[in-house]
Design a protein around this ligand. Structure first.
Ligand code: SAM
Length: 229
């Protein structure tokens, strides 16, 4: 349930400074009553990040890019926030300063957090399958949500999906394929993308599937340019 969720009325109202303190601009927020700005915007989002394995693995690979986990479960979110704090204190320099995690329902408030074209990558790793037909509307990939992903992603940006449930893989491919803002990334480009390996091996759910010798189905979709009309 998300009746206790806090979310900004618009991206400009979101105060990211406590999540990425090293990136906060100096200055006097009192002057204009707006939250402190960051020197950079969040660019990568992990939807339903769980315990944060993907975030932690991506941080050193993309050290200058702000990466955010969205997670709906309060305790899991707190766990990830603790994990980030610990990693920062165990490591010197700016390592892991580019990670953040917020509690949010990704199905509801994405445009409140992100401006149009703000993101370069969205990860959807091992989402809950919601097997029964009457539960399909709870799936994190759908026609409506794909439009929100398309809004938040810049042209050329990528949606990464992975699941061990073949029927869910087919569902995600079908819905993203059908969306005019996306095209499937070729297997060749997929294999050349370093983030794919991280997504295969570093999420907690992905490790579980490996231990159980399960299959993993991957699909990437590229955000197209908006048509000129
Ligand atoms: N991505 C992680 C991984 O691969 O290890 C976790 C996968 S887990 C099966 C799915 C996660 O999505 C859970 O942690 C769940 O709480 C979260 N989740 C489900 N619906 C969500 C929503 N609407 N918004 C944000 N997170 C959600």
């Amino acid at each position: 349930s998300d009746h206790m969720l806090e979310y900004p009325t618009s991206p400009d109202e979101m105060d990211w400074s406590s999540y990425y303190p090293d990136y906060a601009e100096e200055g006097s927020p009192e002057a204009d009553a707006k939250p402190p700005r960051l020197r950079k915007d969040v660019e990568i989002v992990d939807i339903g990040c769980g315990f944060g394995g993907l975030l932690v693995a991506l941080a050193p690979i993309l050290p200058d890019t702000l990466i955010l986990g969205l997670e709906i479960r309060t305790q899991v979110t707190q766990f990830v926030q603790e994990r980030i704090r610990a990693l920062r204190s165990q490591n010197s320099g700016n390592l892991y300063q580019n990670l953040g995690c917020i509690r949010a329902n990704a199905m509801k408030f994405l445009p409140n957090f992100f401006k149009k074209g703000q993101l370069s990558k969205i990860f959807i790793c091992f989402p809950d399958p919601h097997f029964k037909a009457r539960k399909h509307k709870a799936r994190i990939v759908s026609t409506t949500l794909n439009s929100e992903y398309a809004y938040a992603l810049r042209p050329g940006g990528i949606v990464y999906t992975i699941t061990d449930v073949e029927a869910l893989h087919e569902w995600m491919v079908q819905h993203l394929d059908a969306h005019p803002a996306f095209e499937r990334v070729s297997k060749e480009d997929e294999e050349a993308d370093a983030c794919v390996k991280v997504m295969m091996d570093e999420t907690e759910e992905g490790k579980k599937v490996t231990r159980n010798k399960g299959q993993k189905f991957v699909a990437l979709f590229r955000r197209l340019e908006d048509p000129p009309w």
